[in-house]
Ligand binder design. Structure first.
Ligand SMILES: Cc1cc2nc3c(=O)[nH]c(=O)nc-3n(C[C@H](O)[C@H](O)[C@H](O)COP(=O)(O)OP(=O)(O)OC[C@H]3O[C@@H](n4cnc5c(N)ncnc54)[C@H](O)[C@@H]3O)c2cc1C
Length: 373
């Protein structure tokens, strides 16, 4: 069997793997990106496209900081990709809102936002709970059932497919090697010495990054790591294109650059089943129409489901193997939002051979029962 050597091998060509591979190659490491192929479950091709901060990290300030950091890194990443590839990512960060359809929702949301602000500590967190005429001025056509909204200036959205294409183009443009249809089969691990077999070739490298989404659950233990991720199904509906009306994205409704409205997004425990359920689609559509009654006039043109990559506590997992230093794992259910930190902060840590101390709370060791208080 042929053997090829690289400075780093990244397994998984979705948003997480592509952002890290791009960052590593930009650091000057000869990087190989191995990707299974179109039969795999790819969250990166089925997501909603929010670059979202305002609901992230309740009770987990480290996650709030990481997410905020990523929203801050996003403009630089988008500009860097555009300069290198000529490709846009559709990034807009005008702030964002969460719509509350009852007093109870509004109260609960207000309490969550206040807690997030408290937990932000010195970082601070700007937000407002907005009602009535002011909310209606912000969002044209807001329905009478909307009691109020929470707003932060940090939120935004982007095109996940444009982002994925730009990351791949940027990566290969810098000399990175992308190998599709390459499912990692056999592998071996020693400290700073890894080899993986894929598509009839053996690839060796002193650094290995597992970013295979749901595939990480099986791959991680081979390298002394743990990635207890499971699928969580989300469904999305897409309308025909309309004139630009929504000035900012909402948690479950956003308007793309091209004018289509994306309506989402549900959360179901359905294993690896990629089916769609009419009752879930109906609930998504009903909430959208209660939020903005004019949406009822638009035709739906597409709908799909995709599987989130979910850790038991919903937070990302980042680790370096203690047994086999040089092997890293990256798992999250916000691969669009976190593209900024993955490319600009995590990749340099991996290139340098150590995760910063701020990453310690993201370790999968938090699930180890021996660590439980
Ligand atoms: C409905 C829905 C809505 C979402 N909305 C948002 C949102 O608004 N904002 C946001 O930030 N995030 C959102 N997400 C989450 C986001 O899509 C994921 O965080 C992100 O796509 C995860 O990327 P990934 O690269 O880890 O996984 P994936 O996209 O699943 O990619 C994993 C890759 O690994 C490869 N692979 C697997 N096993 C192997 C193997 N053994 N060998 C080689 N390759 C392998 C696969 O081929 C695949 O290409 C949403 C997700 C869903 C499902």
């Amino acid at each position: 069997m042929r053997t090829e050597s690289f400075d780093a091998v990244v397994v998984g060509g979705g948003l997480v793997g592509a952002a890290i591979a791009y960052g590593l190659q930009r650091q000057g490491l000869a990087t190989l990106l191995l990707d299974e192929g179109d039969i795999a479950f790819r969250a990166s091709r089925g997501n909603f496209g929010l670059v979202w901060v305002q609901s992230k990290g309740l009770g987990a300030p480290h996650y709030q900081r990481w997410t905020r950091g990523s929203a801050e890194e996003w403009p630089a990443l988008a500009a860097d990709l555009a300069a290198r590839t000529g490709l846009g990512t559709g990034l807009h960060q005008p702030g964002g809102v969460h719509l509350c359809l009852s007093e109870e929702e509004f109260e609960k949301r207000g309490a969550q936002m206040a807690r997030l602000q408290r937990e932000a500590g010195n970082l601070g967190m700007e937000y407002r709970m907005i009602r009535g005429a002011e909310a209606r001025d912000m969002l044209p056509g807001l329905g009478p059932k909307v009691v109020g909204v929470s707003w932060t200036p940090y939120d935004g959205h982007a095109s996940p497919l444009f982002l994925l294409r730009a990351l791949h183009t940027g990566f290969t443009g810098l000399g990175g090697r992308y190998q599709p249809n390459a499912r990692v089969e056999r592998s071996s691990a020693a400290p700073h010495d890894f080899s993986v077999e894929a598509g009839g070739t053996t690839y060796r490298a002193p650094r290995l990054v597992l970013a295979a989404g749901l595939g990480n659950a099986e791959l991680a233990p081979r390298f002394g790591l743990s990635a207890p991720v499971r699928p969580e199904r989300g469904q999305i509906l897409v309308t025909e294109r309309a004139r630009q009306v929504l000035p900012m994205p909402c948690t479950t409704i956003r308007q793309t650059e091209e004018g289509a409205l994306l309506l989402g997004d549900s959360k179901e425990d359905a294993g690896f089943d990629l089916g769609q359920k009419p009752e879930i689609m109906r609930a998504i559509a009903q909430r959208a129409v209660l939020s903005f009654p004019w949406i009822a006039e638009l035709n739906l043109v597409r709908a799909w489901s995709a599987l989130r990559v979910m850790a038991p506590d919903g937070l990302p997992i980042y680790d370096q193997s203690e047994r086999f230093p040089g092997a890293f794992t990256a798992n999250c259910h916000s691969g669009v939002t976190l593209a900024g930190t993955h490319a600009n902060r995590l990749a340099p840590m991996i290139a340098a051979g150590a995760l910063d101390p701020e990453m310690t709370p993201f370790s999968a060791r938090r699930f180890d029962v021996r660590n439980a208080a």
